[in-house]
Design a protein around this ligand. Structure first.
Ligand code: MSP
Length: 500
């Protein structure tokens, strides 16, 4: 039994329209972390899925003259397809319309009720269907005769109806204490203040049920009400662990990866619900930035979406993953564009691709493509080795951009070593010297592709196969390990394409 467990989740996506690049980004980042943890010896549970209830989905289905479930079946499938296209290594895909989930939410509701955390009253206030969020008067402004949310810009409407309330106001102090005692709970650090100041400003009780539509999970013993979609949705993370049926190997989650726009739900409401139900809270929430199209967040309502499937068709999934991880600072907003994508991919081909190509050309020509024999007592220069602590820290701190840039700069170091030592130059090098250089470079190439595996799984598997390393042998432990002398290798086909 592996007792190093790691549970990571993506947000669950609204299947109100087909996926866009912003969704792909949350998923890719989570997958990079999941894959890294796995090759670093963890038993990883990695969850993604779709958030299928609520008025937003009900309306989207109505617009298509569809019943909500058939509508969700269809669009949820496009998210499952995207997970495959992106090569996600998720261990589960949850849909909030599944029974396992509905049962968990109902159980959570009854725990809240048993702990005297819910009461029936009337809600009167602003609501945004697009965000599925309640807003206070001071969070709303008027634009072109319409009321909108200051933070998201989406339209809000006045709503008055009977509702169950959750006693969120009771949790202000416990939440503030919790943030203080768990200073790493909200990541990156820069997002913490925003949450703390919201909570410090005072919390109002939260409306957690609706009566004016029925596309949701019924409140136990009160058929008039369906639960607020965020109470429903957040609970997916717990449902997938089968928490209430004693299969809880993975709760609490190690990290929920989310976009910054849904931080309040995850860093305030979710821990409050859990504390109120006397359940353990997740260890960390990471709020990444937005993928911008021009200067704006990409979203369906803005009509500026980049279709990840189109880009992947053209450039490949590994390639899009690499570009997003390397060029967007994880935690900040990032603009993406095709020119930069091409520059980054050409740079990859010129750096790592070229290194592999040069070494395999020499090996093929002069050494029957076998691992050359080093002389007794030869040790690889420590500058050419990878400090595992550094790379583990990049991932532990969620510096996915630094992790990816590290691979690139490590490869540059190895290219320089090859340039300086000229293993093709028989005049300046003894035969043994050449073998030692090639051997060292092969070990470095193996390191490069082990490190690249979480970001670019397909090309890494392909390259490592040419060194006789199978996918299950891709391990952080194998970094800096020597190769077997005389092992028969095969020159890999072209690894990275170049673009004009
Ligand atoms: N269904 C809720 C999440 C529930 S989690 C319990 C939701 N869904 S969403 O489909 O609207 O968004 C899902 C994720 O995609 C969010 O993390 C959001 O931040 C992210 N993105 C949506 N557009 C984005 C960009 N343009 N850029 C980066 N990520 C953004 O919210």
């Amino acid at each position: 039994m592996n007792n190093k467990k790691f549970y990571i989740t993506t947000p669950i996506y609204y299947p109100s329209a087909k996926p866009h690049m912003g969704h792909a980004y949350s998923s890719i980042a989570s997958d990079v972390i999941a894959r890294f943890k796995r090759i670093n010896g963890y038993d990883v549970s990695f969850l993604t899925g779709t958030d299928e209830h609520g008025l937003k989905i009900q309306r989207a289905a109505e617009e298509q003259n569809s019943d909500p479930l058939s509508f969700c079946d269809k669009i949820s499938q496009t998210f499952i397809d995207l997970s495959n296209t992106l090569n996600l290594s998720n261990t589960d895909f949850i849909r909030t319309t599944e029974d396992r989930h509905k049962n968990t939410v109902k159980k959570l509701w009854s725990l809240l009720q048993e702990n005297d955390q819910l009461y029936l009253s009337k809600y009167a206030g602003w609501y945004s269907v697009s965000d599925e969020a309640y807003y206070l008067e001071n969070e709303v402004e008027e634009l072109d005769g319409k009321k909108i949310s200051k933070s998201s810009g989406s339209e809000v409407t006045w709503m008055e109806e009977e509702s169950f309330f959750f006693k969120l106001s009771d949790w202000q102090k416990p939440l503030l204490d919790f943030y203080k005692n768990n200073p790493d709970f909200i990541q990156p650090e820069s997002r913490k203040n925003e949450v703390i100041s919201f909570v410090s400003g005072g919390l109002k009780d939260l409306s957690v049920s609706r009566t004016t539509f029925d596309w949701g999970i019924e409140v136990p013993n009160n058929k008039k009400h369906v639960m607020y979609v965020w109470l429903d949705a957040l609970t997916n993370y717990l449902s997938a662990t089968n928490y209430f049926n004693n299969h809880n190997d993975f709760w609490p989650a190690d990290v929920h990866i989310i976009g910054k726009d849904i931080l309040r739900f995850h860093a305030v409401y979710w821990p409050a619900f859990l504390m109120a139900a006397k359940l353990p809270v997740p260890k960390q929430i990471f709020g990444h930035g937005w993928i911008l199209s021009g200067e704006e967040k990409m979203s369906k309502s803005k009509g500026n979406i980049l279709d990840p499937l189109e880009l992947i068709n053209q450039y490949g999934s590994d390639e899009i993953r690499y570009y997003l991880m390397k060029d967007v600072i994880f935690g900040l907003d990032g603009k993406i564009n095709i020119d930069n994508l091409r520059i980054t991919l050409n740079d990859l081909a010129n750096n790592i691709g070229n290194l592999s190509n040069r070494i395999f050309t020499i090996l093929n020509k002069n050494y029957e493509c076998k691992v050359p024999q080093i002389n007794d007592g030869y040790t690889i220069n420590s500058d050419l080795l990878v400090d595992k602590k550094t790379i583990i820290q990049f991932i532990d701190k969620y510096e996915l951009h630094n992790y990816t840039k590290f691979i690139h700069s490590y490869s540059s170091t190895i290219n320089k070593y090859v340039n300086d030592n000229e293993p093709w130059n028989k005049k300046n090098n003894s035969e043994q010297n050449i073998k030692n250089i090639l051997f060292s470079t092969l070990v470095a190439l193996k390191n490069i592709f082990i490190l690249l595996y979480p970001v670019m799984p397909l090309v890494s598997i392909k390259f490592l196969k040419s060194l006789n390393v199978n996918e299950n042998e891709i391990k952080i432990d194998n970094i800096n390990e020597k190769l077997t002398i005389n092992d028969q290798l095969t020159k890999p086909d072209i690894l990275f394409k170049k673009y004009e």
